[in-house]
Design a protein around this ligand. Sequence first.
Ligand SMILES: Cc1ncc(COP(=O)(O)O)c(C=O)c1O
Length: 370
Amino acid sequence: MSGIPFLNLKAQYESLKSEIDAAAARVLASGWYVLGPEVEAFEQAYAQMAGCEFGVGTGSGTEALHLALLAAGVGPGDEVITVSHTAVATVAAIRLAGARPAFVDIDPRRYTLNPAELARAFNPRTRAIIPVHLYGQPADMAPIMEFARARNLLVIEDCAQAAGARYQNQPVGAIGHLAAHSFYPTKNLGAAGDGGMVTTNDAALARRLRALRQYGWRRRYISEETGLNSRLDPIQAAILAVKLPHLPAWNAARRRLAARYRQELASTQAILPAEFPDSEHVYHLFVIRHPRRDALQRYLRAQGVGTLIHYPLPVHLQPAHRSLGNEPGSLPISEGLVAEILSLPLYPELSEAGVSRVAQVIRDFEEMAG
Ligand SMILES: Cc1ncc(COP(=O)(O)O)c(C=O)c1O
């Protein structure tokens, strides 16, 4: 068997090529290149999948988070509680809105915001919480929502890595007040470029989001407030509409392949992703922990297996965010994970034989290394 790349985005395009090509061509022929019917149709279809009444398409997941914060009135002087073990975008959005991120550590098994840490980060300036459904694993939302309700805080779910995941029988995105989604090409539902969406069940927030994503307009050319220009592109919306009906089957394939990894790696030193009976993990990433991660990654690379590390440096220790004053050692679980985590190839188009091959290379490594 030849090498196993970490990702293979072309395989998904090839599987739907004629429909995707036709969708893109339809938009090009329509002459309607910003917002319009293609975007509206996809907003409705995606929001419905996410259990929400309203969807507002944006230019990216980062801007979806930024716009969600602006629409909720979060800004300078406010604090937003979130995690450091996430994509930098979660934290960048808080800072772009002018607010201050207050970091809490993660649950050592879910790798998502630990609700038991919330009280420590809360203060009178706290306005919102952003839990991140990292790797496709839903955060433990029930205690987060309870904490927020008791203190009148807003909850914005970061669903970028968890399209189609469920928590206590609800789709992620339908649990908090607002949710941000990303259609970055590698995501479980990926466009052929950047794209994002905010979903909500709150009509007033949806109206404000629609204004804020284009210059603060409620009527054309009349700005009620300062907004951005961040709109989901109609060509991307048309492509995403072709892909959306396949999301459940793709997520099922990811779960099937994850189960195969689980079976084949059971006897190794790898710590496998945890599954919880109240949640449906959608395996955006299959992240193991290994005591000899760097040597294992080198060995996998030498055998033609692509892997990545999500993420190599917690956000609170990154150069852009050190000025917030969070010391090394302040988030021990998040910081400790960084040396051990390794993301293995996992995508719907990967074969079971491919998973077996990766697992075999890991077993070989352990046997060889003793
Ligand atoms: C957890 C998380 N939040 C936010 C984002 C930002 O999404 P985008 O890349 O579409 O801006 C990403 C993706 O990069 C992500 O993984």
